[in-house]
Design a protein around this ligand. Structure first.
Ligand SMILES: Cc1cc2nc3c(=O)[nH]c(=O)nc-3n(C[C@H](O)[C@H](O)[C@H](O)COP(=O)(O)OP(=O)(O)OC[C@H]3O[C@@H](n4cnc5c(N)ncnc54)[C@H](O)[C@@H]3O)c2cc1C
Ligand code: FES
Length: 276
């Protein structure tokens, strides 16, 4: 008998419904997959340009929305530069979702302290929407977001609306460098990580951003009294297959694509090159 195993690299067609310019090099693509895709916040998918290549991205939309998915994508290299040329009506491919989700059950009843940098707010937007779905299950939701400059802030039109989701959502944005239009805080995101009014013993911290920001934010959180096991990191390691076959994404004994990309710091602390 001939076995017809399913091709693990097969992708689903998805139509580009809308392209939103977030910054000069970041766009949000709203896609309508032509088959059901159900992801949980924190998981990622491979976005495919047929005949060209694919790259991993975390959906940035509410995982409760089944009809459409958002991906917020920074133009970095070959695949992303071509993706940035996609327009409404184009069809691209999606495979996944893959990897570990944020452990929302662990976060319940706690103060959830979220730290984002740059386009790292994309997976955190999916997390925020997941928290907002059951906002009263969490004691407090705190977002501290850093961008290089006011023009590098993503989701500008949305961030203010997140503050009104419930009485216990607290959001602060900082820019490394200000400009005349900016009357918010100026400084690296680590300068707005403070624990006044926060019960660190009953909190978790979630960090996503460029590796250097993740490193210093993690060290600051440890200084503030968070334990290794209370800090969750989205490890966006270079990936290829996305399904635990090629070894590109290894972090010590783990594969970021299968065992992560979300890891608690105690699990990976001390492993080589985690901040690269
Ligand atoms: C699980 C996961 C989720 C991700 N989610 C998002 C997202 O939501 N939005 C987003 O904009 N990006 C995200 N990324 C990063 C994204 O996958 C890369 O920017 C993309 O693969 C670059 O592909 P490219 O072909 O355009 O660039 P390439 O031509 O492959 O490389 C361009 C440059 O980017 C560097 N690079 C490539 N991949 C990575 C990476 N993973 N981390 C750091 N540097 C890299 C290369 O070393 C090179 O310097 C995610 C990555 C992972 C692993
Ligand atoms: S990307 Fe191939 S093993 Fe993780």
């Amino acid at each position: 008998m001939i076995s017809c195993a399913k091709n693990p690299y097969a992708f689903i067609d998805a139509e580009v419904l809308k392209v939103t310019d977030e910054t000069s090099n970041i766009k949000t693509f709203t896609l309508r997959p032509r088959a059901d895709i159900s992801f949980r916040a924190g998981q990622f998918m491979e976005v495919t340009l047929p005949g060209i290549g694919e790259a991993p991205f975390t959906p940035s939309s509410n995982h409760n929305f089944k009809e459409t998915l958002d991906f917020t994508i920074m133009s970095a290299g070959r695949v992303t530069k071509l993706l940035h040329q996609a327009k409404a009506g184009d069809v691209i491919g999606l495979r996944g979702p893959y990897g570990a989700k944020y452990p929302l059950d662990v976060f319940k009843g706690k103060e959830v302290f979220i730290v984002g940098g740059g386009v790292g707010l994309a997976p955190l937007r999916a997390l925020l929407y997941a928290l907002f779905n059951d906002v009263n299950d969490y004691k407090k939701i705190i977002l501290r977001y850093g961008a290089r400059s006011p023009s590098d802030i993503v989701y500008k039109g949305e961030i203010d609306s997140w503050k009104t989701k419930a009485g216990h959502v607290d959001i602060m944005v900082s820019c490394d460098v200000g400009d005349p239009s900016w009357n918010g805080h100026v400084g690296l995101v680590t300068t707005i990580l403070k624990t006044e009014g926060l019960d660190v013993n009953n909190a978790v911290a979630i960090v996503c951003g460029p590796p250097i920001m993740m490193k210093f934010a993690t060290f600051k959180l440890l200084d503030l009294g968070f334990k290794d096991s209370q800090i969750y990191l989205s490890m966006e390691k270079n990936m290829s297959c996305g399904i635990g076959k090629c070894g590109h994404c290894r972090i010590g004994p783990y594969y970021a694509c299968k065992d992560g990309p979300v890891f608690s710091y105690d699990k990976i602390k001390g492993l080589p090159n985690i901040w690269d």
